[in-house]
Write a new protein. Sequence first.
Length: 418
Amino acid sequence: MMVISMRRKSSLLFILALIIGVGGSGCQRPAPEGKDPETGDLPTREEPEPDCCKPETPASSPKAAETQGPEVVTGNVTVPDVTLINQDGQRVRVYHDLAEGKVLVLNVIFTTCKGICPPMGINFGELRKRLGPRVGRDVSLVSVSIDPLTDTPERLKEWGKQFGATTGWTLLTGQKQDVDRLLKGLGVFTSDKINHTPYVLVGRASEGRWRRVHGLTSADKLADVVLGTLGSPSKGPANVHLTFPPERGKGTGATSAAQRYFTDVPLVDQHGKTMRLYSDVLKGKVVVISPFFTSCRATCPRLIDSFVKLQSHYGDRVGKDLFLATMTVDPETDTPDKLKSYAEQIHARPGWSFLTGEKQNVETALAKLGHRMQRREDHTNIFIIGNERTGLWKKAMGLAPSVEIIRIVDSVLKDNPS
């Protein structure tokens, strides 16, 4: 059996050639029938190799990496601030400790994989060398196990050692539901570990700008993508203009279109007052809207803190020029009385509504605002910022620095009808 030292400065293509050249060496293939001619023992039948181990699988083909350049990720990508465990057994808050203020470079692996995961590990090790002191300071390299029930911190640490996983490269495991929540937020979740994504996500969580790169892309090219992201100026979230059916413009036609789209589904605020989604919450206003729920102890307190800062920054303009609305994703628990108590604790002033209501009504309102979800824990951290009068809608990452959120709100407040 051929043994390959991971300290050897072999190229990625050389490693892959070995994998292919030895007929998928490292994958467990069914043993042939009959006794061993030397020992006389019957062979032990192993499980057939998983698809990710097959050299011809498109996901693990070097040709795929050569022909695919970086792709801009469309749609909402969020980094939930879930708490996971790193390879040293330490608790890590993913957004707060790894993503905030840094370029996040993330792949998905599992330690028993014998196909694409080891070459991806080699690539991350080489990438770490090329980025040097930036890793850990400006860049977080993160590998998330898609098999947390098997991959203990000890297993991850041993796996990472092969590829030079040291400071700045974090390998994560934890409770399966927490890992799943992270991967769903990132848009890379699959229930079948064998078919996990072969891509690397590169982006700034605070700006919502993400690109994906094939996991077998050379470390040099991957480093170029990371450095390009690191060196690019902050321009706010990508694709900040939202597309709702109502078009920009004024007049009864545009207003009617907006009302037909958003509907006047009834909600209830913290004072028990009925608030119709379009006529009372949106019509003719500049609004900032965010999902949340009162018992959340992860990202919601930080989202609410951003609203508190908006309230402080805009002062008396809140309730006149600008309206704030936080809509619960747990209406069965968050009654008007509970929301009123919560609002009083954080000193919310008039102009800031806390919205709840019948579960179906709340779900309809959230869906109209692009916040459809199956579980309350899966809500996004995105603020919807709109000027209903002009038809301009933008989004902002709710976990971004308040100065960035304020800049986007200012741009919506200053918008004039065309």
